[in-house]
Design a protein around this ligand. Sequence first.
Ligand code: DHB
Length: 312
Amino acid sequence: MKTVSITTKIAGVKLDACIFNTSGPADATLGELEIIARSQSPAITMKSCTLAPREGNPEPRYADLEYGSINSMGLPNLGYKAYIKFAARLKRKYKKPTVASICGMTLAENVTMFKAFNNSAVDIIEFNPGSPNTIGKPIVGYDAGEMDRLLDAVSKVSKKPYGVKLPPYFDLVHFDQIAAVIKKYPVKFVTCINSIGNGLVINPYTEQPLIKPKGGLGGISGKYIKYTTLANVRRFYELFEDKIQVIGVGGVYSGIDAFELILCGASAVQVGTAFLQNGPGIFERIQNELKDFMAVKGYKKIADFRGKLKTL
Ligand code: DHB
């Protein structure tokens, strides 16, 4: 059992394990980030940031569901300058790689933040070009032309290795279009998938939605979305021919969930709703379950099975 290794490398940065926290849940304040730092998460991913601090959408804006969650947080964050400071502090104290998530409201905001993070302790940037929950703003990942314009601009200024967090795609032609845009730029990885945008959960007894913003519409996460995650990871893994890495996120609650994403091609797996619902012990649990399952299968490292989904 001791011989099983689940280390990985993302964008050239070594991670002691391939399971870490995703941007979004419980990662907006220094206190929350220190909880992640002290957990078995091998990296510390921070909340998507904007130029100015934001309060986010009116509450209630998050609800646990039987098999996952719905949220329309609206990007509550302390502004990018806070995360530059937090990254330096966390790096000094915990010596773990940090991942910044940049989610500017405009092209100019994104460029400003990418430039600022060049001179930071952050190891990796995850560009999140479109929150599904910003009122009045479309999800950029569904607009290939806009993605092209943004990636062109940030690629020109970024000195840190960066990847792109993508919304879920459902039509095969959209995978091709987005992959073609991403291949034009020095993108090191894609993170698939963001929540499935604009679901609606209602309470039939009160006859109300569960969350307040956008008439109740919000991003669906957790077990409901795992099969969409698997498909997105698989399709991008095939389209990028392993030249651009894929990080899988969406519906991972167990080591076997993580195994499935890696089998489809993921080089690492992030955990979101399951972390919120189970606390920071989830990283160690999923890592141990993954190692146990690999041992049963006779795999010693993730390269032994990564991407090797068999055909029927
Ligand atoms: C928020 C939600 C997202 O799915 C995302 O990618 C960024 C921000 C939010 O509502 O805060």
